[in-house]
Design a protein around this ligand. Structure first.
Ligand code: PXP
Length: 237
């Protein structure tokens, strides 16, 4: 059975739209835990567009399940991670102009810089996962670096526009998953997973944690809206 890491970045995105104090991702993490989250995931981006340094620090003190920090391999981010000490750091690619993470980390092309980040984090006692495309060269490179886990990028599977394409992408994920299992690394996956497409990925043999953000926060807005309106309406009567 796969476990669930709930990515709460979008809660901070709503807060940052007004630079106010609500909704607080720290509260969201507590509610996600109450709902059964096995881990809380946040991405502290270099441009701080959603999660802030304060959020990460308070989450470190309050989250009772595993705290997974997504971060770029930039030395400044690695230093923050080593100071705050999340349970796991997932190294991700980052471009300022992107709306969300696009594709996996190119470990093959950035092996030296990735190796330095991995070493520094492992020396600090932090479990390291690499967010990579489900491609053999990337998995081989991750194995070479001695990380504990990889998170397979499920974006191409999620973006498939036909059943056939979706099936082909699932086969790619399944092949990649087999390689990860064979190398005895922890197998995680994420990006673009929804209530409609998650089950086949969760059922891949040996699947560990699925990191899911957008779809859960999007649903939370809708399932919570009626109650929120009812409460405001009651104040006006
Ligand atoms: N995994 C990684 C490495 C990510 O960067 C993200 C998005 O921040 C996710 C999982 C979650 O993706 P989504 O928000 O599409 O569920």
């Amino acid at each position: 059975m796969a476990t669930l890491g709930v990515n709460i970045d979008h809660v901070a995105t709503i807060r940052q739209a007004r630079r106010t104090v609500e909704p607080d991702p720290v509260w969201a993490a507590a509610l996600a835990e109450l709902g059964g989250a096995d881990a809380i995931t946040v991405h502290l981006r270099e441009d701080r567009r959603h999660i802030q340094d304060r959020d990460l620090e308070v989450l470190r003190q309050t989250v009772q399940v595993r705290l997974n920090l997504e971060a770029a391999i930039a030395p400044a981010m690695i230093e923050i991670a080593c100071r705050v000490r999340p349970d796991q750091v997932t190294l991700v690619p980052e471009r300022r102009e992107e709306i969300t993470t696009e594709g996996g980390l190119d470990v093959v092309a950035q092996k030296t810089a990735t190796a330095a980040a991995v070493r520094r984090l492992q020396e600090a006692g932090i479990v390291v996962s690499l967010f990579i495309d489900p491609a053999a060269p990337q998995i081989d490179a991750a194995v070479d670096l001695g990380v504990e886990a990889v998170e397979l990028h499920t974006g191409c599977y999620a973006n498939a526009t036909s059943d056939r394409e979706r099936h082909e992408q699932l086969v790619e994920l399944s092949r990649a998953a087999a390689m990860v299992r064979q190398a005895r690394l922890t197998l995680n996956a994420g990006h673009g997973l929804t209530y409609r497409n998650v089950v086949p990925v969760a059922r891949l043999e040996g699947m560990g944690e699925l990191n899911i953000g957008h779809s859960i926060v999007a649903r939370a807005v809708l399932v919570g809206l009626t109650q929120a309106v009812r409460e405001m309406r009651a104040l006006l009567t």
